[in-house]
Design a protein around this ligand. Structure first.
Ligand SMILES: Nc1nc2c(ncn2[C@@H]2O[C@H](COP(=O)(O)OP(=O)(O)OP(=O)(O)O)[C@@H](O)[C@H]2O)c(=O)[nH]1
Ligand SMILES: [Mg+2]
Length: 241
């Protein structure tokens, strides 16, 4: 019997979103996770008090816990710390999701179901049939699709959405991909994890999702994090050859 499904929620200034995200995630996971579930908030000392809200949620719900980190260290570092806690806690599956409602928490059930049916890594995908993006203007759409095409072509992978951050890993995949040596941050972090999983021989399944812009709070994405992916992708190929 696999261990429980762990959802890792990275937060930096998500005070307006966190309570609602955790509520929606609990509603989605309770019926979908027969082996149980845990929700781990990884907060980097958000100045807006997200960490305190997370502590209150952990107090109120036994399946919720919090990892407090001393300073903003970026999304990639936050996820690696969360994965480590989840694996040590006996997770059977580990899930990633943004905490800003760009990813619909209701989709957690479909991602977990696909993993329980046998996929090693499930990607919530904007760019397969049935998936998509709402509210984005033409330029942002073009940049996102171009970035996915670039990574797919450079790495020679048959994956439509390599930069998304809505995922479900089987525990064995995270154990196999040598997490301490993962160095990338934003989009490149997502590309690197999927690339490593495929190189290690694991089966990836893309399930369609609809991605929407955050409704509350502010973005932490910036040009530096986006551009990191441009040079990290070929570097990744060389390094993991
Ligand atoms: N713990 C932690 N979480 C972070 C950090 N940076 C971003 N996050 C979280 O990671 C998720 C994605 O970050 P966003 O700011 O939404 O970035 P994005 O989704 O690429 O950009 P938008 O499209 O503008 O929303 C959110 O849940 C953030 O709160 C960080 O340094 N530490
Ligand atoms: Mg976002």
């Amino acid at each position: 019997m696999p261990g429980p499904a762990w959802l890792v929620l990275p937060t930096f200034n998500e005070a307006e979103n966190l309570e609602a995200i955790v509520r929606a995630a609990r509603e989605a996971l309770a019926p979908a996770a027969p082996d149980g579930y845990r929700i781990l908030v990884v907060d980097d000392s958000s100045p807006d008090g997200t960490g305190r809200i997370a502590d209150e949620l952990a107090e109120a719900h036994e399946e919720v816990s919090v990892l407090h980190r001393p300073a903003k260290g970026g999304l990639g570092r936050a996820y690696l710390a969360g994965f480590d806690t989840a694996l040590r806690g006996g997770a059977g599956h580990v899930m990633e999701m943004d905490s800003d409602f760009s990813h619909d928490p209701a989709d957690l059930a479909r991602l977990l179901a696909a993993a329980r049916k046998g996929a090693d890594l499930v990607l919530g995908s904007r760019y397969v049939e049935g998936g998509g993006v709402t509210e984005w203007h033409a330029m942002r759409r073009a940049v996102s699709r171009g970035g996915c095409w670039y990574a797919r072509t450079a790495l020679g992978l048959d994956i439509r959405d390599l930069t998304g951050g809505f995922k479900c890993f089987r525990r064995e995949v995270l154990e196999a991909i040598d997490l301490p040596t993962v160095r990338s941050q934003g989009y490149a972090f997502q590309v690197e994890l999927t690339y490593r999983a495929i190189k290690a021989g694991y089966r990836v399944k893309e399930v369609p999702i609809l991605f929407r812009d955050r409704q509350a709070g502010t973005s932490k994405m910036n040009a530096r994090i986006a551009l990191e992916a441009v040079w990290k992708v070929p570097a990744l190929k060389l390094r993991l050859r």
